[in-house]
Design a protein around this ligand. Structure first.
Ligand SMILES: CC(C)(COP(=O)(O)OP(=O)(O)OC[C@H]1O[C@@H](n2cnc3c(N)ncnc32)[C@H](O)[C@@H]1OP(=O)(O)O)[C@@H](O)C(=O)NCCC(=O)NCCSC(=O)c1cc(O)c2ccccc2c1O
Length: 278
């Protein structure tokens, strides 16, 4: 199959209402499917995305994940203001309030495979933070980015502010949040908020081509690099993620296995075969 073509297959066995979950050629695609509200999310949407991400993480056929919105008009317009309640978050259908966008942000950052945002149309508010926390962003030429929090009575002073500042610089990040302007795809590219801009009709083709390039590379190298890129921003939990990769690799060595074997064989471990390396 040429690089331009991909035959998405719906991942079977799921009962999603707010997202589509497809897979092909080592790539999983999660589509926020609420175009009537510019793909704004409700708590259920975020739960479904997290379920799909978990499945994609466990699936050893999947090396890269695409996150996108249904239709050409929006990637995601953030939290659904129609179900934003008075009790500290967004109401699910049982009336419970959530801010589970923050759980999703952390999940994307700790997921040990690259997550690529494919942005057509608006990426606004929590939708812009969502594309920001993805590892790469491919934008269509109709994409528009911005924060609205201070206008609609909200703010994301966590990754929304801090990661934004690390991505586009402190002054620009403050401008984005303090003025609540919108920026077109070219401006987003110039400020380093996205990786490339392509015509809308070539968006998926280009995104898939970037994914296929990554799939040709070492998954372990990409995994550890991702953890390394996030480690300082995420503090000790970022170090935990990076260190977990070191532990997993150590478990694969004879030296690591000698400790386990000695315990199971009720003998003292003999690490003398493993000299301290320079
Ligand atoms: C995105 C827009 C700029 C698009 O404008 P456009 O003119 O193209 O379309 P309409 O405005 O006519 O919208 C069409 C239709 O969609 C509805 N809609 C759009 N966005 C939302 C939304 N976010 N919630 C609910 N509904 C939405 C709109 O009402 C129309 O429906 P009708 O029935 O009226 O026809 C523009 O739509 C826009 O500016 N949207 C609002 C963007 C916004 O302010 N988002 C919320 C920001 S706050 C946030 O996202 C957020 C979420 C979190 O989970 C947080 C967690 C923790 C901390 C902070 C958080 C946070 O800040």
């Amino acid at each position: 199959m040429s690089d331009a073509k991909i035959a998405w297959q719906t991942v079977p066995g799921q009962d999603f209402t707010d997202i589509l979950f497809d897979k092909a050629d080592g790539i999983a695609k999660i589509t926020i499917n609420r175009p009537h509200v510019r793909n704004a999310f409700r708590p259920e949407t975020l739960e479904e995305i997290m379920t799909a991400l978990h499945l994609a993480r466990l699936d050893q056929e999947v090396g890269v994940i695409i996150l996108c919105g249904a239709g050409p008009d929006a990637f995601c317009a953030g939290g659904d203001q129609k179900i934003r309640g008075d009790d500290g978050g967004y109401k699910d259908q049982a009336g419970v309030h959530h801010l589970n966008a923050l759980d999703l942000q952390r999940m994307i950052r700790t997921l040990p495979k690259p997550v690529v945002a494919m942005v057509a149309g608006y990426a606004i508010g929590g939708g812009n933070v969502l594309q920001l926390v993805c590892d790469l962003t491919i934008a269509a030429d109709n994409a528009r980015f911005g924060q609205t929090g201070p206008r609609v009575g909200s703010f994301d002073a966590g990754l929304g502010a801090g990661l934004m500042a690390r991505t586009v610089g402190l002054k620009k990040a403050k401008e984005i949040w303090f003025l609540c302007r919108q920026y077109d795809a070219q401006q987003a590219l110039e400020m380093g908020m996205v990786n490339t801009v392509v015509p809308l009709d070539r968006l998926e083709e280009e995104t898939v081509s970037w994914c296929r390039e990554m799939l040709r590379l070492s998954p372990t190298a990409l995994r550890v690099l991702k953890a390394g890129f996030n480690a300082d921003t995420d503090g000790l939990s970022g170090v935990q993620e990076l260190a977990g990769n070191a532990t997993a690799l150590f478990y694969m060595t004879d030296e690591g296995q000698e400790g386990r074997n000695a315990f199971n064989e009720k003998r003292a471990p003999d690490f003398s075969r493993f000299p301290p390396r320079p």
